[in-house]
Design a protein. Structure first.
Length: 476
């Protein structure tokens, strides 16, 4: 599983699955629409392909300008960031926060999230959710850096600020609007009366719940119960020092909260307190624009999922994933096995037809290999790395590996069709987000090989390893 190279993979929960399915069937596709709201685009720039396997992007780019302008009637002039959206003011979050009894002496820190964007986003959101349950204040979460010299080394212990991936102002403002009683501190040093506090206490929230399952998710549906257990646990640290704040260091919380236990609307809106940082949003806008121009895609830009445009492929065969997933029990742990399924999907007449494949991958050698393999199917492959040019390309290259992935994280949900992996939180994030727009409400075949399937996405997985906690515990 991509969240760690050390922890065991989560166990199946067949019983949980039944409940989740029921909840999903009733899900109304609430609007994440404003995320997608199409505004104006930045002007067209030079397209220059750098990689030999992406040839069509230049040679055919100007081929049919007249039709292009018809198909994309919105002016490209104007905004350079279509992925921006205002801070959220969520009634669903407000109503949960209003019911909380807040405790001004308690402050949580959430500085143990690591991994890629799918992992970090989930862990940070869960930690904020637990702080709300406890009625605690919160220091703006930090992120553990991946080792830039060795992407397999996730847990360096070296921490950076939340803006490494997310828009901090948006986070603060959204919480101020939606959960005003939650006290936020920029740093631990800003906690009042810090000098009077006792030593910080560490907690792994899911460990406090009786009868927890191995991954904790099934046990953590009821946050009221967790709150009680948390305060009981806290009693052992009671001191005669009642003046200072009580600081609680919260452990990593990947897939450790059942997100629909607060209601569907809360689940849908809570994730929007995290918005990808602005430079990645701008690069994603440019990437998408370049993709549409380069392949003369005739898209209706007011649609959330672009028809007849591109197949999104998450080629999660980078070294870190192969290292973490080199599990002989897992049927899709090799490039060969994964790509065989992707090729099937490309040729499946029941899937949306596209002429170009946009690949999300942090390894261009793997992309090159894939481009060679799908050539036989007359498919062209492209990535952000060769769609972006000039200054934009330089800006992309200035970002570290996990930050570059943010661009794909934004572009991919718009794909006409999507192929990903049931073992990857990144893939699940994309598929679940798209699923709210799908007509096909049943999507799970937990035994695989199509672990998740609707008309917009397929995730391959199954066999001995099943991951129902992804759909139960990922904030969509
Ligand atoms: C460009 O378009 C022409 C006409 O549709 C086609 O024959 C040619 O193969 C295309 N070139 C590339 C590199 O895809
Ligand atoms: C261009 O658009 C016109 C009108 O929509 C259509 O009739 C024609 O077939 C299109 N040409 C191409 C090459 O797509
Ligand atoms: C906050 O929690 C601490 C620790 O459990 C407790 O001693 C204190 O009474 C609580 N304060 C309020 C206002 O509930
Ligand atoms: C708190 O104070 C009481 C009375 O002075 C003392 O007996 C007890 O040991 C103290 N407890 C702690 C945890 O310091
Ligand atoms: C584009 O999509 C929107 C929203 O689905 C729809 O209302 C509109 O009619 C579409 N426009 C065209 C030209 O197909
Ligand atoms: C690819 O395109 C060529 C030339 O148009 C065609 O002969 C061939 O059948 C196509 N192959 C597939 C798998 O579609
Ligand atoms: C180069 C090319 O394919 N041009 C075509 C653009 O579209 C018109 C009709 O819309 C065709 O006549 C051209 O051949």
């Amino acid at each position: 599983m991509e969240h760690t190279t050390h922890t065991a993979m989560p166990m199946p929960h067949q019983n949980l699955l039944a409940g989740v399915n029921r909840r999903y069937r009733t899900l109304i596709p609430l609007t994440l629409v404003f995320i997608w709201a199409w505004f104006l685009w930045r002007p067209l720039f030079d397209l220059q392909t750098k990689l030999p396997w992406d040839q069509s992007s230049k040679s055919n780019q100007t081929q049919n300008d007249s039709n292009q302008t018809q198909s994309t009637p919105i002016s490209w002039e104007g905004t350079k960031d279509i992925f921006d959206f205002p801070p959220i003011e969520s009634e669903a979050i407000k109503s949960i926060c209003d019911d909380v009894e807040w405790n001004s002496t308690l402050v949580f820190t959430c500085d143990n999230s690591y991994g890629g964007v799918g992992n970090i986003r989930n862990s940070v959101l869960n930690c904020v959710r637990y702080a709300i349950s406890a009625g605690a204040g919160l220091v703006i979460p930090k992120i553990i850096l991946r080792n830039s010299q060795n992407i397999m080394d996730l847990e360096t212990g070296e921490r950076t600020t939340l803006d490494y991936m997310f828009d901090v102002e948006h986070f603060v403002e959204s919480l101020r609007l939606s959960c005003p009683a939650l006290k936020l501190y920029s740093t631990e040093g800003d906690i009042p009366n810090l000098e009077k506090s006792s030593d910080p206490i560490s907690v792994v929230p899911e460990s406090l719940v009786e009868g927890k399952s191995r991954d904790g998710s099934a046990a953590l549906q009821n946050s009221d119960q967790w709150r009680q257990q948390f305060y009981q646990w806290l009693e052992q640290y009671a001191t005669n020092n009642t003046e200072g704040p009580i600081i609680v260091y919260v452990g990593r919380l990947f897939l450790k909260y059942s997100v629909y236990s607060d209601g569907e609307r809360f689940a849908l809106e809570f994730g929007e307190i995290l918005k990808v940082r602005s430079d990645a949003r701008e690069l994603a806008t440019t990437t998408l624009h370049a993709l549409i121009q380069a392949y003369s895609l005739r898209v209706n830009l007011t649609e959330n999922i672009l028809k007849n445009a591109f197949l999104g492929v998450h080629l999660r065969t980078e070294k870190d994933a192969m290292n973490a997933w080199g599990n002989p029990f897992w049927p899709f742990s090799t490039y060969k096995a994964i790509v065989a399924k992707y090729m099937e999907q490309i040729q499946d007449p029941s899937r949306p037809k596209t002429a170009v494949i946009y690949v999300a991958s942090g390894d261009l050698n793997e992309v090159g290999k894939f481009a060679g393999d799908v050539k036989a199917l007359n498919m062209t492959v492209t990535t952000k790395d060769n769609l972006l040019t000039g200054k934009d390309k330089e800006d992309l290259e200035k970002l570290v590996w996990d930050q570059q992935a943010l661009v794909d994280f934004l572009v991919m949900p718009m794909a006409s069709d999507f192929a990903g992996l049931g073992i990857s939180s990144f893939s699940w994030n994309i598929a679940l987000r798209r699923h709210f727009l799908a007509k096909q409400k049943n999507f799970l075949h937990i035994d695989g090989p199509r672990m998740f399937e609707d008309e917009f996405s397929i995730l391959y997985g199954g066999g001995k390893d099943k991951y129902p906690e992804y759909e139960a515990c990922l904030w969509p």
